[in-house]
Design a protein around this ligand. Structure first.
Ligand code: ADP
Length: 274
């Protein structure tokens, strides 16, 4: 009888300890589910924000286009010159929308992990030289001197299309945010196994209180919006993702009243499995 009681007691203890384990597991699952739920809610908020900002940015060029189309259909122009100038404006609005949609698609690709980087040996010197010759006429038209001093051999393992987009954005920004008569300097060096590119301008600078947000999606500083109304605020976000995927670094310095320098470090001979 005593033996039977002891055996029942043991069984009871085992069942109780199993129940305690099951209860602990349920609590852990419950915590994991609430955490996943919170993450999904945050993702949902971020997606709505993304759609709302994107729609907002598309609305201005679309409204301009609608207005010009109406004028064209009713032939409301003083003369042929005015008609042509409005057609040019319509074409610029369309270009803006295409640029914005391309940036949005790029951001979506990066964030969803769908973005495929194709790594191969690339000479960054050639990429930057090609961009500079394309931008020279814009610099001339704004009376900005473009000074270039590149190391001869800047071989990295990288995705040439993404690297082109990265440097094009930085050089375009330097020109966009520098007033007429200023200077943009592009200098590259080889330092401790890295290609280092510095793009320095004598432009409007980045305000102290807004520096920490400069690589965030859609962020545009207040002074930038005043000098250049066109911009998505997506270029630097993309630039940061591209440098990260190459195992590199991007940062900037913008001492008050002295313009801005953006720096990119890319490891020489880096091979990515991505
Ligand atoms: P966008 O140029 O379309 O606004 P970016 O993502 O390329 O978007 O840049 C984000 C913001 O960073 C700009 O709006 C501007 O405020 C700031 N910025 C970038 N480059 C410069 C620069 N060279 N000088 C001053 N501000 C800059």
């Amino acid at each position: 009888m005593e033996e039977e009681l002891a055996s029942y007691k043991k069984q009871l203890e085992r069942v109780m300890s199993e129940q305690q384990e099951a209860a602990k597991m349920l609590i852990r699952r419950d915590l994991a589910l609430s955490r996943a739920n919170e993450q999904l809610q945050a993702l949902d908020v971020a997606k709505s924000e993304f759609i709302s900002v994107a729609a907002h940015q598309l609305r201005t060029p679309l409204s301009a286009l609608k207005w010009i189309m109406r004028m064209l259909s009713q032939n409301e122009f003083r003369d042929e010159a005015e008609r042509r100038s409005f057609i040019m404006k319509a074409s610029e609005s369309t270009d803006r929308m295409i640029d914005l949609v391309n940036d949005l698609l790029e951001v979506d690709h990066i964030q969803s992990g769908k973005d495929q980087f194709v790594f191969k040996p690339v000479n960054v010197h050639l990429i930057i030289s090609a961009i500079v010759s394309e931008m020279q006429s814009i610099a001339n038209s704004r009376n900005i001197s473009l000074v270039v001093d590149l190391a001869a051999d800047m071989g990295v393992s990288g995705d040439p299309i993404k690297l082109r987009a990265l440097f094009q954005n930085l050089i375009e920004n330097a020109l966009k945010y520098t007033l007429a008569g200023g200077t943009v300097r592009i200098v590259s060096t080889i330092e401790n196994g890295f290609v280092k590119v510095a793009i320095t301008d004598s432009g409007i600078g980045i305000p102290e209180g807004q520096k920490q947000r400069i690589f965030s999606k859609f962020f545009r500083a207040t002074n930038a919006m005043k000098v250049e109304t066109v911009g998505s605020g997506l270029g630097l976000f993309i630039a940061k993702q591209v440098t990260d995927r190459h195992g590199g670094k991007i940062w900037f310095e913008s001492p008050a009243g002295e313009g801005t320098s953006f720096f990119v470090l890319l490891p020489i001979g880096y091979t990515s499995l991505a």
